[in-house]
Design a protein around this ligand. Structure first.
Ligand SMILES: Nc1nc2c(ncn2[C@@H]2O[C@H](COP(=O)(O)OP(=O)(O)OP(=O)(O)O)[C@@H](O)[C@H]2O)c(=O)[nH]1
Ligand SMILES: [Mg+2]
Length: 318
């Protein structure tokens, strides 16, 4: 087994949802390794041709155009790796969960919504403004995808020191979330967080109180008291999750480690491709570098330290 297959096996044991299980199973059988090995071999083959060009270029039967056609291959490989890397966010979301932050003013009904969506009494609910201070985190299986809901402190001005810290954490949670559910009670108008539209859902809460058209401009309205709109909200979430995890390939890089090495590999390939004036020896060295990055990804190079980390993660408590 290579490093990616071992990671896949560890993920398979830890898998909690169907999507996690599928991805981990695929990876544990060495499917990612197959792709990476093919790329590495291709880079080694390309380098061999360049070396041949160095050594035998004075001989008649090694045509100079060979080296030219090599760069077409490098460029095609570069594009393939680039496309694979574009799927990394989807892979990471499937593996670690889609992060949804619930934010809004105090008493907007955030904790009530968390409890309703998870069907558990996780968060304290009260009509006292500023009930929640810590960030609460609950996992949910949504159509086979892992979703993490975060309940946060209500955002307002003039709070005490402890609540202020809660608000800071609420904003940080919103900033790093894949999606922000901003809850607003009828009558409340102010926008409390500044989030890009594609990460933002505006939800009117407490619709049972009769907000007389306040739902205009909102993505949906819910009432935890009557369960009105909860299914619609869950559907909206499901659409967002599936578009964030959509990919043309079942094989996704899904760890930060994968992303980093793929990025470094791309970087080296780009440099080799762009700097046409650079001596061929230097460009060949960049290709070697790119191949080494793939080698590190699969553990073919420098495995010792990484394997230690992986196996300790893998064995604990199993
Ligand atoms: N009528 C009605 N009341 C609701 C609804 N959802 C929540 N509430 C009430 O609103 C009050 C505040 O609810 P919470 O869920 O604690 O609000 P929160 O946004 O978590 O508040 P903080 O933690 O203080 O920021 C409680 O008294 C809830 O019972 C709803 O859908 N309809
Ligand atoms: Mg709360």
């Amino acid at each position: 087994m290579d490093l990616t297959a071992v990671e896949g096996l560890a993920d398979l044991i830890a898998a909690e949802t169907e999507a996690q299980r599928k991805m981990a199973l695929e990876q544990s059988t060495g499917s990612l390794l197959e792709i990476y090995r093919r790329w590495r071999n291709e880079l080694i083959r390309i380098r061999a041709m360049i070396e041949a060009d160095f050594d035998f270029s004075d001989e008649e039967d090694v045509p100079g155009s060979v080296v030219q056609s090599i760069w077409t291959n490098v460029s095609a490989l570069r594009d393939e790796i680039g496309r694979h890397l574009e799927d990394a966010r989807a892979g990471e979301i499937i593996r670690s969960g889609y992060r949804v932050a619930i934010v809004g003013a105090p008493n907007a009904g955030k904790s009530s919504l968390l409890n309703a969506l998870t069907k558990r009494d996780v968060a304290i609910v009260s009509d006292e403004a500023g009930t929640t201070r810590d960030v609460l985190e609950v996992r949910l299986d949504l159509n086979g995808y892992s979703v993490i809901l975060f309940d946060t402190a209500g955002i307002r001005e003039g709070a005490g020191a402890v609540e202020e810290e809660g608000i800071r954490r609420a904003k940080a949670t919103a900033a790093s979330a894949d999606l922000v559910l901003e809850l607003r009670e009828p009558g409340a108008e102010k926008q409390l967080v500044d989030i890009e539209p594609d990460r933002h859902l505006l939800v009117a809460s407490k619709s049972d109180l009769g907000n007389g058209g306040a739902a205009y401009g909102y993505d949906c309205e819910v009432s935890v008291r009557t369960d009105h709109g909860l299914d619609a909200l869950i559907n909206l979430l499901a659409v967002r999750v599936s578009s964030s995890t959509a990919s043309t390939s079942p094989l996704l890089p899904n760890r930060q480690r994968h992303r980093e090495y793929l990025q470094r590999c791309l970087y080296a390939l780009d440099e080799a491709l762009i700097y046409l004036e650079t001596p061929l020896e230097m460009r060949a060295e960049l290709l070697r570098n790119a191949g080494d990055m793939i080698g590190r990804l699969t553990g073919a190079i420098d495995t010792e330290d990484l394997l230690d980390v992986i196996f300790s993660e893998f064995c604990i408590g199993k």
